[in-house]
Design a binder for this molecule. Structure first.
Ligand code: SAM
Length: 246
């Protein structure tokens, strides 16, 4: 019965979003989404989302300096940097490598770089989290990933790459929205919205149980908390936040 209701509601949403499905069928939407829609929407929702996630990010990144390397420098890489919303939380003087698959965030990214001149921006790589081959193994003290693992093609492959590029004792910081409790209404609505949401928001998956991937990855220590970030009218309230040490 629940499956049937989900299917029917999925179909209703698909009908409402028919123009987007049509553009996708014609091969136009994905290009439009990546180039115009997603950068625009990220700028727009960023303000509310940043405000809501700020206390969690402040708490999360508080111990970043503890992972400073033996050289006295903190070498950090961010996967899916987007507009650079996290720059403000990084400690002064740390060396930042930005990576993203989408080149269309430049305007917002440059603005945030200008606002955060306490950092050394070393490289900007066009790279997917699943393939960081431009980055040498064991070369980083910290890797950051916020609101990206919902979209990567493979969470496991991304975590493998994170473990490769981190030095032993280095840390992986994450804040991600995840699947709700399967017995909840939130999960029901996540399933209903899943296909249309994924299409509209450039591949964002609502029901990933990312904490399981993290538990199974070969980190030596994992600090993970389930939290709720209330974003009204969205199916993305349940989140996980924490860090894992190589
Ligand atoms: C919702 S935005 C989050 C941006 C930023 N991390 C933040 O917290 O504001 C998701 C970002 O992940 C990027 N992305 C999507 N798939 C990716 C992949 N496979 N590897 C790396 N980045 C990816 C997108 O281009 C986008 O910049």
């Amino acid at each position: 019965m629940a499956e049937l209701s989900i299917l029917l509601l999925c179909a209703c949403l698909a009908v409402l979003a028919m123009p987007i499905y049509l553009l996708s069928f014609l091969g136009i939407w994905e290009h439009f989404c990546e180039k115009f829609f997603f950068p625009y929407i990220l700028e727009k929702i960023c303000e509310t989302h940043d405000r809501k996630s700020k206390p969690h990010k402040q708490e999360l990144f508080r111990n970043l300096p503890n992972f400073t390397g033996a050289s006295g420098e903190l070498r950090l890489l961010e996967i899916g940097t987007g507009l650079g919303a996290n720059f403000q939380f990084y400690p002064a003087g740390c060396k930042v490598t930005c990576t993203d698959v989408n080149l269309n965030f430049q305007r917002g990214l440059l603005r945030n770089m200008g606002k955060n001149q306490h950092l050394h921006y070393e490289h900007f790589l066009v790279a997917a989290g699943e393939d960081l081959h431009q980055v040498p193994s064991s070369s980083l003290d910290a890797v950051i990933c916020t609101f990206v693992l919902c979209t990567v093609r493979s969470v496991d492959e991304t975590l493998k790459e994170v473990l490769r590029v981190l030095r032993p004792g280095g840390a992986f910081y994450f804040l991600e929205h995840v699947a709700a409790d399967p017995s909840s209404w939130k999960y029901f609505w996540q399933q209903v919205c899943f296909p249309t949401w994924k299409l509209i928001f450039c591949g964002c998956c609502l029901t990933r149980e990312i904490w399981k991937n993290l538990e199974q990855a070969k980190f030596s220590e994992l600090k993970l908390k389930h939290i709720s970030i209330a974003l009204p009218w969205t199916p993305i309230q349940p989140h996980i936040v924490g860090y894992a040490v190589k």
